[in-house]
Structure formats: C-alpha cells, structure tokens
Write a protein that binds this ligand. Structure first.
Ligand code: FMN
Length: 210
C-alpha cells in the first residue's frame, strides 16, 4: 500500500501544526501519534498552567512499568525560575540555543538500582515509556515535547543533589510551538524538514528457523 499522510480531515488535524511534519503511514494512525513531532521553536510567552503540568505528570504516573516499580522521577523548572536556568546551564551547547524558549524543562531520572542496590534492569525502558505517554498527553493539550539526550549528566546529578540511586537520563522541553519563534535560520530550516523513518519492513528481523 502506498504511504500517505492521514488525518487532515480529522477533528484532531491541528496536532500537526507544520504539514511536512505529519507522519506518512500505510494505514491510518491516531492523529496524536501521526502529528507529534519535536520542535525547537517554542512560544516564549506561553506559560504552562498548573492543570496542564498536572496532566503531563499524571500521564507519566499511569505508565506501565516492570513489576510496577515506577522508576521515573522528574525535576521541573518553569521558564523564569532558577531551576529552569540551572537546567539550561547544564545542557550541551547545541541545546542551549533554543531551550530557553520552552515553557517547562524537566530533568528525567530513572531509579537504576532498588533499595537493596540491585540493578533494576528495565528502569530506563520504563522511564522512556513514561515520557512517550506524557508526549501523547501533551499533544492532546496542544503542546509539544522535545526530548534531549544532550545534557551534562554528572553536573546535573551534583547541582540538583540527586540521590545515587537515580540517574538523569534526559531533559524534556515542553511548550507550545510558535512558527515565528526566535530561532536561527538553520534551526528554522530543520523545523520544516519532513520527518523520516525506516520502513516497517526494515524494522522486522527475520526468524532464521522459519
Ligand atoms: C532519547 C532522545 C534524545 C534526544 N536528544 C536530543 C538532543 O539532545 N537535542 C535535540 O535537539 N533533539 C534531541 N532528540 C530529538 C530527536 O532528534 C527527534 O526525536 C528525532 O529526530 C525524531 O524527530 P521527531 O521527534 O520530530 O519525530 C532526542 C530524542 C530522544 C528520544
């Protein structure tokens, strides 16, 4: 079946605010999955409401996890507060340019060992799922999430006095996309670039015993 972009006639079509960002799929997907993307051009005057933040954290909270261990933890900074500034300061340089535009920055930590010091083998997997769930909820609220692996892990651990059991995994930026955001031409060009993925066929490993 040829790939095409679905969902433009759906009541949720607003979720892809840049048409080139709409996922091209062989069969229809939920608009929040097809329309989600990771912008850098956030609206610098948009503040997340308490209810919006609560909804994002509730979405993460209700994510499944191995043996219900719930290994995810978050440090939340709002644009304008000291926590937000400290998070920006401890990102890799390529993430420092655009993250000040976000409404909220969150350090996402995972509890990699249990209370007895034993490894929690699925903690990073579970924490990634929590952010995936949060991302879908953000889309429902008309918000975007941009995840980052480009952070200074040791510095963040120290600055926020994060207990040894927990390891910073990512920082996520949350906000409203602004097509006229104050970002460099280079980043603006990336904002419009179509999203690309491997094909479904490429994702399937073959069973040699078949
Ligand atoms: C674990 C992880 C780490 C990432 N690190 C960064 C980063 O440091 N800086 C950045 O600008 N984007 C980062 N991204 C965003 C990805 O580049 C982006 O999700 C990917 O290109 C797919 O684009 P899409 O989310 O718009 O579909 C990261 C995403 C994930 C999931």
């Amino acid at each position: 079946m040829p790939e095409r972009a679905w969902g433009f006639n759906s009541p949720l079509a607003h979720v892809s605010d840049v048409p080139s960002k709409q996922a091209s799929t062989a069969v229809p997907l939920h608009p929040h999955l097809a329309g989600r993307w990771s912008p850098r051009g956030f609206a610098r005057d948009y503040a997340l409401s308490d209810d919006e933040l609560q909804a994002l954290l509730e979405a993460a909270r209700w994510t499944p996890s191995c043996a219900n261990t719930q290994p995810w933890r978050f440090i939340v900074g709002h644009r304008g507060d000291a926590t937000f500034e400290r998070i920006v300061e401890n990102l890799k340089s390529y993430n420092k340019e655009w993250t000040p535009l976000a409404s909220v920055l969150m350090v996402v930590c995972a509890q990699l060992t249990d209370d007895d010091g034993n490894p929690q083998r699925w903690a990073e997997y579970d924490t990634g799922q929590a952010i995936a769930t949060m991302t879908v909820q953000a889309s429902e609220l008309g918000l975007h999430v941009h995840q980052m692996g480009g952070l200074e892990v040791e510095a963040i651990q120290e600055v926020f006095a994060i207990a040894e059991q927990f390891t910073p995994i990512t920082v996520v930026a949350v906000g409203r996309f602004d097509p006229d955001a104050d970002i460099s031409d280079k980043l603006a060009e990336r904002e419009r670039r179509p999203r690309e993925r491997l094909s479904v066929e490429e994702l399937l490993l073959t069973d040699p015993n078949r």
